[in-house]
Ligand binder design. Structure first.
Ligand code: NAD
Ligand code: 6OD
Length: 485
């Protein structure tokens, strides 16, 4: 059985405590491995290794050499593409067809994009007048922040982790990564890749374990200079409190309850296709997913009927089967959470359009954490399934009559991560996009994000922006040098 180990100072190791916990395949419910359960001891070792690495070969390395290492890491992920793909799909149950198009290529691309970008970061400089007339020259230099604690979720493990690690390393930092206890395999594989490309020891470290132990220890460690986190809003709040100790910076990419707004002037075929993806891709376990839909009343019945038809045609099954559209949920615990919302919707009097339960699966998959794609109508905005993030393949659909009403409904949430709107009216697209309270608004598309663009949430969906130069800003300390001439 596969044993996942910590990766500290360039070496794989087991927990000093001897503790571990099982890793399950979400598609079958079978145990497929054991995961070493790290605690303060491993976190401390990893942070010490990361701190020491700041001073050694890594700290002395030229920008060109650093960039070359990052490009090699991207190349090596691509060379080992099939291993990364198998590992990611085994850990998450997501279809190979999805991970081979998004998770793995985007995971590799993160290293290339930030390697390119760091070479082109401009430096500010000012010629400053002085009373004696000789003047002074001020210029800003970019310094690494130091040791970065990286805490990641389970829904897109490689993609979301490399999106933090690549820019952090590009800026010359060192990292200690704590992947989710649900998904560790591709993070551990990245440790192998780092050794293969000759990354100096201690630059990239991985501590496996639970959030409340290993994760919390990483957030508290006084030698961690900044924290970057993607996960739930509840955990994000804990992280922010921990970051306050020692006045450390933190970047928080948190939950969402994203709206999709569909106007009668949309291209219906495109809106249905896009909405099926935004509601159900990755079995709804995407922070950007659409869990609330607002559809103009004149097309409401047709839209709901066509979305129902599309949802019922989605194929749930073996992740390796190319015909599979949807995998399972990540865990039994998460399946129970999603089912609890099915009950709440029923108790609140929702009209169940489709789904609402556990699908019948073939015997080899029957132990997995499957759930039916589910749509509801008829609930007030105050209902739990309309307000709370479920993180499953679900959406509630509400009719609206005017543009103003659609905007007000879409904004009636404590979250502000993403929104999608469907209209063929260009002016309306711009106008409504401007008014929606979200970090990213897609018009006639979904999950189309250039890696160079800013990403992050407003309200309780997070603090800060990652992506492109915004990541580089977070992982950099700016120093102003003033030379009297
Ligand atoms: P989570 O908050 O439960 O866990 C995220 C990570 O934090 C895991 O590694 C976990 O072990 C760790 N953790 C848990 N408790 C901790 C603690 N006390 N101290 C330190 N670390 C701790 O989230 P999840 O269930 O893994 O992921 C799903 C959530 O993530 C959803 O809310 C989703 O919206 C959000 N998410 C947001 C984005 C985004 O970019 N905004 C992307 C993906 C997922
Ligand atoms: O890859 C991206 O651009 C991105 N923002 C992914 C976020 C996924 C959240 O689950």
């Amino acid at each position: 059985m596969n044993e996942s180990k910590h990766f500290i100072n360039g070496e794989f190791c087991t927990s000093a405590s001897g503790n571990n916990f099982p890793n399950y395949n979400p598609a079958t419910g079978e145990q497929v491995g054991i995961i070493n359960d790290g605690d303060e001891y491993e976190v401390d070792r990893a942070v010490q290794a990361a701190r020491a690495a700041l001073q050694g070969e890594w700290g002395e390395m030229t920008l060109n050499d650093r960039v070359e290492l990052l490009c090699k890491a991207a190349d090596r992920i691509n060379e080992r593409f099939d291993e990364f793909l198998e590992a990611e799909c085994l850990d998450t149950g997501k279809p190979y067809s999805l991970a081979s198009h998004i998770d793995i290529p985007r995971g590799a691309a993160n290293f290339k994009v930030f390697a390119d970008m760091i070479k082109n970061v401009p430096s500010e400089s000012f010629a400053t007048p002085t009373p004696d007339g000789t003047g002074a020259l001020n210029y800003a230099v970019h310094k690494p922040k130091g040791v970065i604690g990286v805490i990641c979720p389970w829904n897109l493990p490689l993609l979301l982790m490399t999106w933090k690690v690549a820019p952090a390393l590009a800026c010359g930092n060192t990292v200690v990564v704590k992947p989710s206890d649900e998904t560790n395999l591709t993070t551990v594989l990245l440790g192998e890749v780092m050794n293969e490309v000759g990354m100096p020891k201690g630059v990239f470290n991985v501590v496996l374990g639970r959030g409340a132990t290993a994760g919390a220890a990483l957030t508290r460690h006084p030698n961690v200079d900044a924290l970057t986190f993607t996960g739930s809003t509840a955990t994000g709040e804990l992280l922010m409190k921990a970051a306050a100790e020692g006045v450390r910076d933190c970047s928080l990419e948190l939950g969402g309850k994203n709206a999709g707004v569909v106007f009668a002037d949309c291209d219906m075929d495109k809106a249905i296709e896009g909405t099926l993806r935004s509601c159900f891709a990755n079995c709804g376990q995407v922070c950007l997913g659409t869990e609330r839909l607002y559809v103009e009343r004149s097309i409401f019945d047709e839209f709901v009927a066509r979305l129902k038809e599309g949802a019922e045609q989605l194929v749930l099954g073996d992740p390796a089967n190319p015909d599979t559209n949807l995998g399972p949920l990540i865990s039994k615990k998460h399946q129970d959470k999603v089912l609890s919302y099915f009950k709440k919707a029923a108790d609140d009097g929702a009209n169940l359009v489709t789904g609402g339960g556990i699908p019948a699966m073939p015997s080899d998959l029957a132990g997995g954490y499957w759930i039916q794609p589910t749509l509801w109508t008829g609930l007030p905005e105050s209902a739990a399934v309309v307000q709370e993030e479920i993180f499953g393949p679900v959406s509630h659909i509400t009719p609206f009559d005017t543009e103003e009403e659609a905007i007000a409904l879409a904004n009636d949430t404590r979250y502000g991560l993403a929104a999608t709107l469907w209209t063929e009216n260009l002016s309306r697209g711009h106008r409504v996009a401007d008014k929606l309270e979200a970090g990213i608004v897609w018009v006639n598309s979904w999950f189309l994000r250039d890696l160079r663009t800013p990403f992050g949430g407003s309200k309780q969906s997070g603090i800060g922006r990652e992506g492109g130069v915004h990541s580089l800003e977070f992982y950099t300390e700016l120093k102003n040098i003033c030379i009297k001439l």
